[in-house]
Design a protein around this ligand. Structure first.
Ligand SMILES: Cc1cc2nc3c(=O)[nH]c(=O)nc-3n(C[C@H](O)[C@H](O)[C@H](O)COP(=O)(O)OP(=O)(O)OC[C@H]3O[C@@H](n4cnc5c(N)ncnc54)[C@H](O)[C@@H]3O)c2cc1C
Length: 414
């Protein structure tokens, strides 16, 4: 494992630090950004677009992409370095994650010259915001079981169905959409991928109200939505492979985890007064913080193993599922202990509360980190099968036409 930057990486990190210091305010420690919490401040979108545009003009977008995609052709470690540094700043760039880190690489890999011309630069310069229209009410882990229908009529496709949990769809100009174009073949083979203009008649975005009272994601309904065949990405029925390109690139967009860590817990314990003095003087509090700090360090060094692999030109292995699983669960433990410390002030939100309410805000958001990007159970399956070499889950739907796979919606399908 390598903890240090190579001389080239160190020089690049210095370049990134200088750019960020000149162009973005520092983030308040532990606070999650307004886009993720679903509570953006007024003028949020304009500020986010302004920073993204400056980032593009300075050459910090698409760092590890080939030059023909408009990238800089550097190694993926450069993207990691940029993300590590950017996560210390309030750059608001989460809203461009789907467009820049998922849609653009997929369009560059599978798109026609016209599709690249229309979308790539506009997305990277923040002229257009994208959303991801993959998950459905009947399941997100088993994405290939999707039910939204795409039927070809002349030069157009007619889309009917529903998606759910679509982050930022209420801001989006375009969506990456997967739909079932052939129900008579096994589930992975009958899917087609589209680039959807969200202003098309028949597209309805309904915000989902979250526990915090705000709305980060949405349901999206399609009623006879007509998409020109020129907006199909990749071959008819080949959408699963195209979607895999999107999902693989999602990995490079993953940032440092958001929310308070052991350092913020320590600061909170120093700030909170109990009847017998500062909470930090209590040996049981000290013991808990020490335990969490130790686990945070373990996680940090496990992350370094993946980063070292990338720095050496290798792919990080399935071990990254361990990081996802441990980080999400550790975050909830930190938050729950933090709220125990503040006691009766726990339900209070806002700037006047300890550490500006970072713990309260993050607690409401934290369950999603155990679901988004792969649930705890899916992570455990990956660890079991690909790290420990245990047998795979039985696949009863293998080679069965999608139409014949039993489900609660079977009657609606036939
Ligand atoms: C904050 C957030 C943002 C999101 N943004 C988007 C977005 O922009 N676009 C989008 O398309 N989707 C988005 N999602 C959806 C996300 O991809 C899905 O929630 C996720 O894939 C899980 O799918 P599901 O919620 O349908 O749960 P399901 O897949 O229905 O799972 C339900 C439960 O069953 C368990 N389970 C499922 N399969 C197995 C198995 N094989 N073995 C053991 N247990 C299993 C799961 O772990 C879970 O506990 C977002 C989700 C969150 C939380």
């Amino acid at each position: 494992m390598d903890f240090d930057d190579t001389p080239q990486e160190a020089a690049f990190r210095a370049e990134v630090k200088a750019f960020l210091a000149a162009n973005a305010p520092l983030k308040k420690p532990g606070l999650i950004d307004g886009y993720r919490s679903g509570r953006p401040e007024p003028g949020y979108l304009e500020r986010a677009k302004d920073f993204q545009c400056r980032k593009y003009d300075a050459g910090f977008t698409g760092l590890h992409w080939p030059a023909e995609w408009g990238g800089r052709g550097l190694s993926p470690i450069h993207t990691i370095i940029f993300n590590q540094e950017e996560s210390k700043y309030d750059t608001l760039s989460a809203i461009f994650n789907i467009g820049c880190n998922m849609a653009v690489p997929t369009i560059c890999t599978w798109g026609t010259p016209e599709q690249r011309e229309q979308h790539v630069r506009a997305c990277m310069r923040a002229e257009k915001v994208w959303c991801q229209l993959f998950s459905e009410p009947s399941g997100g882990s088993d994405l290939a079981a999707l039910r939204t229908r795409a039927e070809k009529q002349g030069d157009e496709w007619v889309i009917n169905g529903q998606k759910i949990w679509n982050s930022g769809a209420h801001y989006a100009d375009f969506g990456i959409l997967v739909a079932r174009s052939n129900p008579d073949v096994p589930k992975h083979e009958g899917i087609t991928y589209f680039l959807l203009d969200m202003k098309t008649p028949g597209v309805e975005v309904r915000p989902i109200k979250q526990i915090s009272g705000s709305s980060h994601f949405n349901e999206v309904f399609f009623t006879d939505v007509r998409i020109p065949d020129s907006c199909r990405l990749g071959p008819v029925g080949g959408g699963w492979k195209v979607a895999l390109t999107t999902l693989m690139n999602e990995r490079h967009g993953v940032r440092e985890s958001t929310g308070p860590d052991a350092e913020e817990l320590l600061r909170l314990a120093q700030e909170v007064e109990t009847e017998s003095g500062p909470a930090i003087d209590d040996p049981s509090v000290q013991e808990k913080i020490a335990e969490i700090y130790t686990r945070s360090q373990g996680l940090k060094f496990t992350k370094y193993r993946g980063i070292t692999a990338i720095s050496r030109g290798q792919n990080p292995g399935p071990e990254s599922s361990i990081i996802k699983y441990v980080a999400a669960n550790k975050l909830q433990e930190i938050l729950s202990f933090g709220l125990d410390l503040v006691g009766m002030a726990g339900p209070e939100m806002g700037q006047h509360t300890a550490l500006s309410g970072a713990f309260q805000e993050a607690l409401l958001y934290s369950p999603s980190s155990r679901i988004a990007g792969g649930t705890d159970e899916i992570m455990k399956n990956i660890i079991a099968e690909r790290v420990l070499g245990l047998p795979q889950d039985p696949r009863v739907d293998k080679n069965v036409p999608w139409r014949d796979i039993p489900s609660s919606a079977t009657t609606r399908r036939s």
